[in-house]
Design a protein around this ligand. Structure first.
Ligand SMILES: [Zn+2]
Ligand SMILES: [Zn+2]
Length: 355
């Protein structure tokens, strides 16, 4: 067994404290990865607070990991000891179902869906293993099968690579799904970890005009520095009205319940809004007339596939895109969580787990 030091919340706690546990050594095509950096995600708050009712305790968060392969199972073929790699939101899936076969492991239709990196089931489909609780990357190491590990390009700083595993991939996929962005006007709702990536992707993908819509007027300067063409304060009724029917596509990164109809008004006829990461109801009931009358499309999105994760790393390297990160020490995780609760981060906390 591999004794591992991490940080966990126990049931009823919203903070983490040091926690030591054992991991099974890598077998088959699994690898042991020493975690060097790991991001802090808004979903970590949701899970620590059990807001989705699915949290398993003890809960060791962390699904935006960058690290180094330190040992490999006998069947590993794509990686070697010493490789610098990333691990995102999943560490396994059934790899047998139609979704997995088509490269959508994040939509795995096996009995337990994909195995989430933390607070997840082990071995999809294995009934006994459904009781299992996976422990994430706010810890010294991870054990992951190679299909769910990606190589980090050389020269990419690891503290910047880590957030590409989640907010990078999560926003890249929906932006790609919008299709060719050249000549298109795009709005991004929210300017946090995912929003600031989505903004950079939209510009690099050739969008003609990209606006950030936020409740936080203080984020205006940052939005323009990151390449935005406009900044709209969502609580400013006049400004919202002046941008009515302006955008071909909207990507929402708002992680908490919000009023969807308020933003549909910004879409042009036959426009598309993708709501990423909101895993719960909207603030008010959506009247379908708001979609139907103007032929609007509403899509949802949650995490990304392994292929998308690889693609986002290459795309970021090619276009010199990187997340803006605030690297913190392990002892300051709880302080960072407090700041994240009030959206006080520019734009991603990344924990330095090891040198
Ligand atoms: Zn995340
Ligand atoms: Zn599957």
């Amino acid at each position: 067994m591999i004794t591992t030091n991490g940080y966990a919340a126990q049931k009823g706690e919203h903070t983490v404290s040091p926690f030591t546990f054992e991991r099974d050594p890598p077998k088959g095509n699994e690898m042991l990865i020493q975690v060097l950096y790991c991001g802090i995600c808004h979903s970590d708050l949701e899970l620590l607070e059990n807001n989705w009712g699915i949290t398993k305790y003890p809960c060791v968060p962390g699904h935006e990991a960058a690290g180094r392969v330190t040992s490999i199972g006998p069947e590993v073929t794509k990686f070697a000891v010493g490789d610098i790699v990333g691990v995102g939101c999943m560490i396994d899936s059934c790899l047998q179902c139609q979704a997995c076969k088509e490269g959508w492991e994040n939509h795995c239709e096996g009995p337990n869906g994909p195995t989430m990196t933390y607070s997840g089931y082990l071995s999809p489909g294995d009934k006994e293993a459904a009781e299992y609780n996976t422990f994430g990357a706010w810890s010294d190491n991870l054990v992951v099968r190679e299909e769910f590990v990606v190589k980090i390009p050389e020269n990419m700083p690891l503290e910047e690579a880590a957030p590409l595993m989640c907010p990078g991939t999560d926003t890249f996929g929906p932006m790609r799904r919008f299709g060719d962005l050249s000549g298109k006007r795009i709005a991004i709702l929210g300017l946090g970890g995912p929003g600031h990536m989505a903004l950079q992707f939209a510009k690099a993908m050739g969008a003609e005009y990209v606006a950030v819509v936020s409740t936080h007027a203080a984020k205006r300067d940052a939005a323009f520095q990151l390449g935005a063409d406009e900044f709209i304060v969502s609580t400013d009724a006049d400004q919202m009205r002046s941008f009515a029917k302006s955008f071909h596509h909207i990507l929402s990164t708002i992680p908490v319940p919000f009023d969807l109809a308020h933003y549909l008004a910004l879409l042009r006829r036959r426009g598309t809004i993708t709501v990423m990461g909101l895993l719960g109801p909207y603030k008010s009931i959506l009247n379908n007339i708001d979609l139907a009358a103007r032929g609007l499309s509403l899509t949802g999105s949650m995490i990304g596939s392994v292929a998308e994760t690889k693609e986002v790393l290459d795309f970021c390297q090619k276009h010199s895109i990187s997340p803006l990160v605030e690297v913190i020490d392990k002892k300051d995780i709880n302080q960072a969580l407090e700041r994240l609760r009030v959206a006080d981060v520019r734009f991603r906390f990344v924990i330095k787990i090891a040198e």
